[in-house]
Design a protein around this ligand. Structure first.
Ligand code: ASP
Ligand code: MG
Length: 403
């Protein structure tokens, strides 16, 4: 007997038929004698619709109330799935984040899980029930409902798997697993059989919309066996785990992020402490920056450019403009017409040829590179947004990822 955590995303529970499909799959696992804990997301676009409803009332609703509202989506799914399982003749019980003991900090709309007090779950499992838990939500020390940030149900599932020492955490979605690139952009993208935590973490952070990046962080930390697979067929998914065949394949995947903006601060005085000054202003506002580029000083000034998530653009521009004189810069400009395209692979460390190949692919496709950043497991370039599909395809071809 194994303990298995299964997480079903919004598309997998989008309507009546899909819910019964999930119920049957859960029961298959349960009937083999396993203990099953199911984590569900809100149905289809429910979370977006709830967000839209809040906007009808207020342009800037209180974050606490926002979490109360958004958590309702998962609460619907969990009850409907438990009913479907019962309808098929098995015992099931649904639990909210609070009932499941999901304790978080108080950062509404982006809460982090602190610990899981799992007694209730164990009690239900011991009485041979299938336990259905609402993803994405928890409770803080004031007994208020919190949510983990969009896409957070993956993280709920991994956290539960870690706390319960589950044998595996299965993430069910509407695609067959993790691909070498988004199959909607690259038709010959290939499903990966396995991928390491580090590679997956990069892919998730760089815009491959398969897993919430914090779920991968947590899986790595607690060594949770994770598999991403489709709820709509029985194909083998992608295993996310510690090792993978690093040497055989240098580059595992190409990711693209269109949700970013570039900001440039022009003619900053070329003196020590300027970067520190600029980036502390941003970090005080909780604004994460990504690719950073500083030009060589000329005539006593330099330019500093960086990218940030599109959501942070307005906040970043206003704090920088307010402090333009203090920074001692001439002007600030920005662009939203940029896209970040990245290649990821643990095997690319010490392989300078990999970068060259990537740049060659972009040159062949006549795509101009604005900025470049590299780390041990990834190389990212900032390019014009309109070229991003073409870039992903060119790079994917160059590295023969679809072979
Ligand atoms: N329902 C939430 C969202 O759409 C959480 C999730 O789906 O993981 O972001
Ligand atoms: Mg969702």
């Amino acid at each position: 007997m194994a303990l298995i955590v299964q997480k079903f995303g919004g598309s997998s529970v989008a309507n009546r038929d899909r819910i019964f499909n999930v119920a049957r799959r859960v029961i298959e696992t349960f009937d083999k004698g396993n203990q099953v804990v199911v984590v569900v997301s809100a149905q289809g676009d429910t979370t977006d619709e709830l967000e839209a409803k809040s906007k009808e009332i207020s342009a800037s609703p209180s974050k606490r109330e926002m979490d109360v509202l958004l958590s309702a989506g998962e609460q619907m799914s969990m009850a409907l799935l438990a009913m479907a399982i019962q309808e098929l003749g098995r015992s099931a019980v649904s639990l909210t984040g609070w009932q499941a003991g999901m304790q978080t900090n108080s950062n509404y709309s982006g809460a982090r899980i602190k610990k899981i007090q799992a007694e209730r779950i164990w009690k239900e499992l011991d009485s041979r029930k299938i336990v259905v838990v609402a993803g994405f939500q928890g409770i803080n020390k004031y007994d208020d409902i919190t949510t983990l940030g969009r896409g957070g149900s993956d993280t709920s599932a991994v956290a539960l798997a870690a706390a319960l020492h589950a044998d595996v955490c299965e993430i069910y979605t509407d695609v067959d697993g993790v691909f070498t690139a988004d199959p909607r952009i690259v038709p010959n993208a290939k499903k990966l059989d396995d991928i390491s935590y580090d590679e997956m973490l990069e892919l998730a952070s760089l815009g491959a919309n398969v897993l919430h990046n914090r779920s991968v962080e947590m899986a790595k930390k607690f060594n949770v066996n994770m598999v991403v697979r489709s709820s709509l067929n029985y194909n083998e998914g992608t295993y996310v785990k510690e090792v993978s065949k690093v040497e055989e394949m240098l580059v595992r995947g190409v990711a693209r992020d269109n949700n970013i903006a570039r900001i440039s601060i022009c003619e900053v005085k070329d003196a020590p402490g300027k970067a520190f000054q600029i980036f502390s202003l941003l970090s005080k506002k909780n604004i994460n920056v990504d690719v950073i580029l500083q030009s060589i000083g000329r005539a006593g000034t330099k330019d500093i450019s960086f990218t940030t998530a599109l959501d942070n653009l307005d906040a970043a521009l206003s704090v920088l403009n307010e402090n333009l004189d203090a920074i001692g810069a001439k002007e600030i400009n920005h662009s939203e017409d940029v896209s970040k395209v990245s290649i990821v692979g643990a095997g690319m460390v010490n392989n300078p040829g990999v970068a060259t190949l990537m740049f060659e692919a972009l040159y062949d496709a006549n795509i101009n590179i604005h900025m470049i950043s590299t780390s041990e497991v990834k190389i990212s370039v900032l390019i014009p947004k309109e070229d991003s599909d073409k870039a992903v395809r060119a790079i994917h071809d160059k590295f023969n990822l679809g072979k």
